[in-house]
Design a protein around this ligand. Structure first.
Ligand code: TA6
Length: 304
């Protein structure tokens, strides 16, 4: 855990605390007072706040903060699969495991550190994990807060096995929004998508911004690396920049599904939208010793 040069201001800080279950959480604070909180439960970012303390990630008021439940909100890491297939639990086990702080990660590019306050986390499979997914890996996650208050997640997944393996991954990001009727997404126009509400059938998106009138559960394929989520009422836009993550999951449970989720309020669908940088359609295959890198950077732009 470090705060590098430009963030050496005394208010730039990395603080380790514990939640009510005794699980460690890391709080990052940049010189302007923006902050992020990451739980070692799942390596999950639970909070991302502006320098004015405004919360930008949604967390359900009914979230369960105890393993093996993934906390309903923030940014769960879906690995080694997105979805529900085979022996693995829904969206894989990474979000339901306790990660550790990695004080001596392999070096990264200077741009991954300069001016950032960050923490490095590490997940390795347990013997139990290897029984259901027999592939040894090291998953290094760097969560950073930039000088401008952007939230950056950098994943490095290395195959330390003696044979290749494939995985899919998603940063399952719950954005806090004013009201789902006030929101539109730009950057997905004309893309093909797999519709989870129609047995993952493939469709093509229309030619203008995506708005919401009912449950949506789609994987948009081969998108550009920049997606924008406009919140008209709050006059702000979330901008997602991604690298190595060709697909975008868009999910809002709407009214009926909200009522079926114990860890989600019946009306909470109005105030959240999941837009996930992901690699799903074409799973990533790593040869022995090979490492994959995926980057996601979230920023907030105020719009008039
Ligand atoms: O596409 C997103 C999705 O797979 C939805 O089907 C919904 O299940 C959502 O993820 C949440 O999954 P979770 O396992 O966190 O309840």
């Amino acid at each position: 855990m470090k705060d590098s040069g430009a963030a050496s201001d005394q208010r730039a800080a990395v603080e380790v605390t514990k939640d009510r279950n005794g699980i460690e959480q890391v709080v990052l604070r940049n010189p302007r007072g923006a902050s992020a909180k990451i739980s070692l439960h799942g390596g999950q970012a639970l909070s991302w706040r502006t320098e004015r303390g405004e919360e930008l990630l949604f967390t359900s008021t009914k979230a369960i903060f105890k393993p093996p439940h993934a906390v309903r909100g923030g940014i769960p890491i879906c690995f080694p699969q997105f979805g529900n297939r085979g022996l693995l639990e829904q969206h894989g086990f990474a979000r339901n495991r306790i990660w550790v702080i990695d004080d001596n990660p392999p070096p990264l590019k200077p741009s991954d550190s300069h001016g950032k306050v960050y923490v490095d986390l590490l997940l390795k499979p347990s013997e139990e994990d290897l029984k259901i997914w027999p592939h040894s890996f090291e998953f290094r996650l760097r969560v950073s807060l930039t000088a401008d208050g952007n939230l950056a997640l950098l994943s490095r997944i290395r195959n330390i096995n003696c044979k290749p393996f494939s995985f899919s991954i998603a940063y399952h990001t719950y954005f806090a929004i004013s009201d789902i009727s006030e929101v539109r997404i730009e950057g997905l126009e004309t893309l093909d998508y797999l519709d989870n509400l129609c047995q993952r059938e493939r469709f093509t998106e229309q030619g203008d911004a995506l708005t919401f009138e009912s449950e949506i559960d789609r994987v948009y394929l081969s998108s550009s690396d920049k997606i924008a989520i406009f919140d008209h009422e709050r006059k702000r836009t979330f901008v997602i920049h991604k690298e190595g993550l060709p697909d975008v999951v868009v999910w809002n449970p709407w009214e009926r599904k909200s009522k079926s989720m114990a860890d989600f309020g019946d009306e909470e669908y109005k105030h959240m939208l999941c837009v996930d940088g992901a690699a799903i359609e074409k799973p990533i295959t790593l040869k022995p010793g090979e490492e994959w890198t995926g980057r996601l950077e979230l920023s907030l732009v105020h719009s008039s």
